[in-house]
Ligand binder design. Structure first.
Ligand code: UTP
Length: 296
């Protein structure tokens, strides 16, 4: 009987060089979309996917992420005294969102290396991985649109295999992504078997139009595969190398995620997220529209 998936690893130990100078002192995963940090959306998605324990793979200078999910009794008391109960309730909810465990990656030697740092806490069970600089805000259980991680946990539970989220991209952007190779150019159903991955290929060399995005569910054997991986591009332990080894062993499935996605480590997508979120807020939407039309 396949295990249910209760743990998710969120690696947050990278340098975040694309976000400099902001990321010099503030973790890039704390970057706010309006007034909510990116990590909040990611943890919320994990909880709605059935995750009970979040494992942050963290590093020096990243404590703001752990602090964010801590209780804040003094601040809550001050807010209550001022009658700001809505804000106080929200902060109270954040402090109780889920159990957070932190492990250290002492040197940022790549995404694969970061996941391997969580090996002892994960133990011998399947687990999710979420990259916290990618947010998928549009899922809504009320209209049966499932969070991306939940789509993966369901496929992995029913098949007993590892699964990764992919999305169809504009072919000219392939050199920014890990691209997958499949038996067919298009998905025939919700998932397809992955035959291999190619890291950042030119459009001519890309094996498909499907890019790996930051949501994964791995069976425990990924840890053994990761410990075999030799440093690759940039001297880093690449997760994609371990995924390729799953493809040639038990198998790896790609799930075609249809959700809206923002890579908030990319300046333009970060800006798009701000605008899209503001347009959905009644108190900001009209003001923003009229401001933008006046600017033309
Ligand atoms: P990225 O490659 O986007 O993160 O990894 P980065 O290295 O911080 O970013 P840039 O390219 O320099 O701007 C995706 C996630 O994996 C984590 C990062 O913190 C990020 O959330 N990561 C990456 C680690 O935890 N450890 C690493 O060694 C590398």
């Amino acid at each position: 009987m396949p295990h249910s998936i209760k743990k998710a690893v969120i690696p947050v130990a990278g340098w975040g060089t694309r976000g400099l100078p902001f990321t010099k002192e503030v973790p890039k995963e704390m970057i706010p979309i309006l007034d909510i940090p990116a990590i909040h959306f990611v943890v919320e998605e994990a909880i709605h996917s059935g995750i009970e324990q979040i494992i942050f793979v963290t590093a020096r200078g990243k404590s703001a992420l752990e602090d964010y999910f801590d209780d804040s009794p003094y601040l809550i008391e001050i807010l209550r005294k001022k009658g700001k109960h809505e804000q106080a309730d929200f902060l109270q909810k954040i402090g109780k969102m889920c159990e957070i465990i932190s492990v250290r990656q002492k040197e940022p030697k790549g995404l694969g290396h970061a996941i391997l740092a969580a090996k002892n806490v994960v133990g011998n069970e399947p687990f999710g991985v979420c990259l916290a600089d990618e947010i998928f805000p549009s899922w809504d259980p009320r209209n049966k649109s499932l969070p991306p991680l939940k789509q993966l946990t369901e496929i992995s539970k029913s098949t007993g295999l590892s699964s990764i989220g992919v999305m169809e991209i504009d072919p000219k952007d392939s050199s920014s992504y890990g691209m997958i190779r499949m038996e067919t150019p298009k998905f025939r159903g919700i998932y397809e078997k992955v035959l291999g991955t190619v890291e950042k290929p030119t459009p001519e060399k890309s094996p498909s139009n499907y890019a790996v995005v930051g949501r994964y569910v791995f069976q425990p054997e990924i840890m053994a595969a990761l410990s075999e991986v030799k440093p690759g591009f940039g001297g880093e332990i690449q997760l994609t190398d371990a995924m390729d080894s799953l493809c040639s062993n038990k198998g790896l499935l790609a799930v075609d995620l249809k959700n809206e996605r923002y890579d908030v480590g990319n300046l333009f997508q970060f800006l798009k997220a701000q605008i899209d979120f503001a347009l959905k807020k009644p108190e900001l939407s009209d003001k923003l529209k009229s401001y933008l039309s006046d600017r033309k």
